[in-house]
Each structure stands twice: as structure tokens, then as C-alpha cells.
Design a protein around this ligand. Sequence first.
Ligand code: MEV
Length: 326
Amino acid sequence: MNKNKVTASAPGKLMLFGEHSVVYGKPCIVTAVNQRIWVSIQKLDERKLQISAPDVSVLDYKLNLDKAGLGKHIPKGAIFIEYAVRNFKNKFDLPTGIKITTKSDFSSKFGFGSSSATTVATIKALSELFKVRLSLKQLFDLSYETVLQIQGIGSGFDLAAAIWGGTLYFVGGGKKIVPIKTSKIPLIVGYTGIKADTATLVKKVGSFYKTKRKTVRKIFEMIEDIVSSAKIAFLKNDFKNLGELMNLNQGFLDSLGVNTKELSDLIFAARDGGAYGAKLSGAGGGDCMIALTGNRHKATVEHAIKKAGGTILDVKPGADGVKIEL
Ligand code: MEV
């Protein structure tokens, strides 16, 4: 194996239950999906950081390694990499310059968490290249620190999915990360065609929380109950029950003000088409909805979502977590 170059890959994610309340320290259930990002890192003789991320329009961007993450005008597509490099360097030192190249098979427009997957794969590849042993939790903590420096807010659930893979029970901030053993989840993913901004939606719930604290806190508690029931139902592969729990979770997300007409159209179409249940997935405001359905209704549910204006995304849950590509 070439010791001067390492490639790590990490998956994107889909939130199944518990979005928004997880930002307030509550639990959620997330699954890693079969859309990955690959980060290759090569040692350089000169003390530079060179980044090539053509999928996000960063072409041969180059700077002094010791200035990584310190600039005022970092290109959007390079910021997570620069900060990850800086944080790794501050903790473990970087003896040589590096060239980083990324390749992605998912579009950032679907909200599958490409920034988080990039951060995780960058730190994993750095630790392999420079022989730093990191536990999964240490990888999570360093990745979470990186993402919080850039975004200022977020539960870290997407990082956990990128690291552990599979389906996880996750408590906000990484206080608990427990893999859930489940068989193949019969999931359908519909895209509204509308790009939503997570930070704006998290802030929207935040201001609602400020003005209606008692009520919103109760809503979060109800969602917590739904997540606990869903965890048990996953272990039993009780998808009918999980569908009902999705419908309940959707009602509470609607009451938090993050649902949209477009999401609702796809969600009701899926339910009318015979799905066990359906809800938005992620921050809301657009992006994706998910539905659970038995084999018998798969085609009718997909057809119904398309007829209502959605696009079916070919996304499989339960993907492998971060790994070094040999
Ligand atoms: C966004 O995909 C999910 C939220 O819960 C934010 C977060 O957990 O960081 C809304």
C-alpha cells in the first residue's frame, strides 16, 4: 500500500425520527445511506494545504498549511476540510504538507449531510496517514468540534451516522450513540425539489421555543416518547407500528412550524398509496420526505409520490460507516 496516500470514505444520512428535538438534547434515530464521499490525502514535500473538490467547484486551491482555517474568505466547498485539518494539526501536529482530493456520489442539494461526511472522512484519512489512533468517539468529538465552529449549531447526529454507519439511536451532542440491529428497512425517499436551509429552520424552532417554551418543551417530550417506541419497534422489525409512529412524529413537526405544503402533498400521497406511514426527514422546509411501506404497496406508493410532484431518490438505508479504502 502507498504510505504517502490514504483514501477514506464516509456515508450520508437520513433522519428517521426525532429531528429538531435532538438539538435540545433529546434522542433521534438516524440511518446511514448508500451515498458516499471519498477523501484522498497525499503527503507533499512543501508545507502547503492543497484542495481539489471538483464536485463543489474547488479546483487546485492552495494555501500555507499553517494558515489552514484562519482565512477570512475560505471557499464554501473547502471550509469543512480546512477546519478539520486545522483542528487535527492543533491536536496531533502535521509534519508535512498535504494534498486533499474529494469525490462525491451525492448531490449536496438533497441534504444528505455531505459536509459532515467530508469532515469525518478528512479526519479519518489524516489519522490513518499520520498514524494517529482515534477511537470512534474521539473521531466524533473532533468532527463535532469542527462542525460547531463552522455552523454554530447542530446535534451531531449526521456525524454519528457517517462514523458508525447502520441505523443508530443518538442522543443530542453524542451523549449516547447506540447501534440498532434491524433488518432491511422498507424505506421510500421522495424529494420535493425544494432546497431547504437547515440553519434557518433550526433558528425558527429556536425562536418558537423562546416564545412558547412550556408548550414546545412538551412537544419535544412527546417526540422523545415516539423515538423510544420507535427504537423498540425497530428491534422487532414492526414496520406497521413504525409507520404509525412516523405519522405521529410528523404531526408534532408540523406543530413546530417546519412542514410545508409540498412536503404534506408527498406525505399524504404516500399514505393514500398504502404506506404504513410517512413524515418529513431532516430540518423540513423542503428537501425530503420518507415513507415506510410493505412490498405489496411499494410501486403504488412510489407512483403516488411522483404523481404529487415528488422525485423518488434511489437511497438505501443502513450503509457502512467511515472506512479506509484499500
Ligand atoms: C437536520 O437534518 C436535523 C436537525 O435536527 C438539526 C440537527 O440535528 O443538527 C433539524
